[in-house]
Design a binder for this molecule. Structure first.
Ligand code: NCD
Ligand code: ZN
Length: 351
């Protein structure tokens, strides 16, 4: 089986940088990178500048997206202590709510219980709450899911202690789900040392044992693969205060296909992690007549081939086992052999 079809992939964790970071990525370049990676639906994170925590900024981002997007995009609202009163107004136009419990790029952070209570009490129950939680913060999120009896999705889980705690909580029947990123599955702290700032992101790359733990849980505890596509320019990455984050939309499927070719993962499981589960967990719409044609031909990942505006990848020079050759979105050919055929506005806004 050298060529086969996958459903349009769904990535629930991307940073498209609008508004305020358009020199790193914009809706057009970010969704072009998505299509090149076989991803036809993405959820965009709210740590923009200003952050997407008010109706005014959300509306501004949605207007820009409607003009520019090449694939389907939903936008997260970001929880912030100053704007909890706006949560009910944001909800109908947002795909989900993001709460940052730990430090990362941008000022969005929730460090107080009153804000957490407001989020869990006022965010509609039919929309997901996603959390950036590391180490013991995962226990905070699990406690909130249990207290308010509502689903919580954990972003980019990266340490053994976290995935084991999540497995324990799931065993108790708590309504929690989690994602892992390709960089935490395929790189570790030795790569971080080799890559320097280009291997710096939040959460940091783990030990070889952390990586082993994620693979041990790939067939049960882990629900989704999400890229945490977080582009920054090479100039920014080389500066005195380099921002954390690495791009990932274009390399996610090729790397996971390598895992399939090495029998570390079945193709069936890949589809669950990259399509079925994201769609079910975030209650995302179906994309009829949409498919990704994949060819199992080994190739070398190259920064120069990236469509992302940032123009680099931490996986440069790595071999991958398969690549995307064509993408069809709602009956239209939108990507073929390295060329983006989609027109601005081909994508739809979700939520
Ligand atoms: C992200 C970014 O650059 O926006 N950076 C990162 O290291 N992952 C922020 C985030 O997702 O935490
Ligand atoms: Zn992120």
């Amino acid at each position: 089986m050298n060529t086969f079809f996958l459903p349009g992939l769904i990535d629930v964790h991307t940073h498209l940088r609008v508004p305020g970071g358009e020199h790193k990525e914009d809706f057009r370049t970010g969704t072009a990178a998505a299509l090149a990676g076989g991803v036809t639906m993405i959820l965009a994170m709210p740590n923009t500048s200003p952050p997407i925590s008010t109706l005014e900024v959300l509306d501004q981002a949605r207007r820009q997206a409607a003009e520019d997007i090449l694939c389907d995009v939903g936008i997260y609202a970001g929880a912030s202590p100053e704007h909890t009163a706006e949560l009910p107004a944001l909800a109908p136009k947002a795909a989900a709510l993001k709460i940052y419990l730990n430090d990362t790029f941008g000022p969005l952070r929730v460090e107080d219980v009153p804000t957490l209570r407001a989020c869990f009490q006022t965010w509609p129950r039919d929309k997901m709450i996603a959390m950036h939680a590391e180490k013991q913060s995962v226990a905070v999120g699990i406690g909130l899911a249990a207290t308010y009896e509502r689903p919580v999705h954990f972003c980019h889980i990266s340490h053994r202690e976290e995935i084991e705690l999540i497995a324990d909580a799931k065993m108790q029947g708590l309504p929690i789900t989690c994602e892992v990123t390709p960089h935490h599955l395929f790189l570790d702290e030795a790569d971080a040392a080799r890559l320097g700032n280009l291997g710096d992101m939040r959460p940091l790359l783990g030990t070889a044992d952390d990586v082993a733990a994620l693979w041990e849980h790939i067939n049960d505890t882990i629900d989704c693969i999400a890229t945490d596509h977080a582009p920054h320019t090479l100039e920014e990455k080389g500066s005195d205060s380099p921002p954390p984050g690495v791009p990932g939309l274009e390399t996610s499927l090729p790397l996971l296909l390598t895992a399939v070719s090495e029998n570390r993962l079945t193709l069936e499981r890949l589809m669950e992690l990259m399509h079925h589960n994201p769609r079910r967990i975030f209650d995302l719409p179906e994309q009829p007549d949409t498919r990704v044609e994949v060819e199992m031909t080994p190739f070398t990942i190259r920064s120069a081939d990236m469509k992302s505006k940032c123009g680099w990848t931490p996986f440069d020079s790595m071999e991958a086992a398969g690549k995307v050759v064509r993408v069809v979105l709602r009956g239209k050919m939108v990507y073929e052999d390295g060329r983006i055929l989609a027109q601005a506005g081909n994508g739809r806004l979700i939520a």
